[in-house]
Write a protein that binds this ligand. Sequence first.
Ligand SMILES: [Zn+2]
Ligand SMILES: [Zn+2]
Length: 303
Amino acid sequence: MNEIISSNKHGKGRSCVITRRALFSSSHRYWLPELSAEENSKSFGKCSLMPGHGHNYKLIVSMTGELNQDGMVLNLSEVKHAIKEKISSQLDFACLNNVWPEFDISKTEGFLPTTEALTKVIWSRLESEIPLISLRLYENESLWADYLGNHMEGFLTIRKHFSAAHRLAREELSQTENERIYGKCARTHGHGHNYFVEITVRGKIDTRTGMICDLTSLEKIVEDYVIEPFDHSFLNKDIKYFQSCVPTAENIALYISDMLKEPIKSIGANLHRINLQESPNNAAIIYAENAQLDTLSINDSDS
Ligand SMILES: [Zn+2]
Ligand SMILES: [Zn+2]
């Protein structure tokens, strides 16, 4: 170990991923001229309303490279300057539909400035300046997109909440045995958690709507299959599956993944990941596809 340290003074030549955050506030409106007012309203809901609405966006730029003789991958002030010049100074307090030609929907090649489309366009404007490996853009704390520079492929995550009670015990075991395995969680009358579940879908960003899938449909699927049945329930009794399967965080996450996979497929996307946060101290993560999106666990202490 000492040899490695002395032969690589200041870490020179070793690789590292670094991140930089940028904030901007912008407005947008989802409206396509080829659709009627009714169709726009049906497709985009309140997002179609005049004159638009706004978000406080948070962008996390991940970069990689080898450390130089000064112990840095990149000079952070140069990174900061590039992001400001190319992105945040142009988008801050601007209307996204008007600010960049990619979002000019009067042209056939224009698309709507959704969060996922925005990550793709930001990538194209930063890639010549910065050695990017991923971008994450938060529209708010319950919706964000990830982009890895892979053509039209993007990732969209929504975050939902439910409160539920459970008891961890296997019915074939005695109370003493259950308490030995599950501790206080095996107590006979159960206990509750405020759960947060993140649902990440992967898919092709549509070249016109700018969307991986219809957000209203995705929200409805999650509501119908998970939030409505789970919220304010006693999982062991109210959810049939958990009458015979112990509702650990792992099993709840697996069940949610199994439930959502096909309905999400039916709206044209792929369920990529479920992250079930049972408490601030523990979570269970299921990768519903084989490939893992490692950058989804990027260090983002602000969120
Ligand atoms: Zn919006
Ligand atoms: Zn518990």
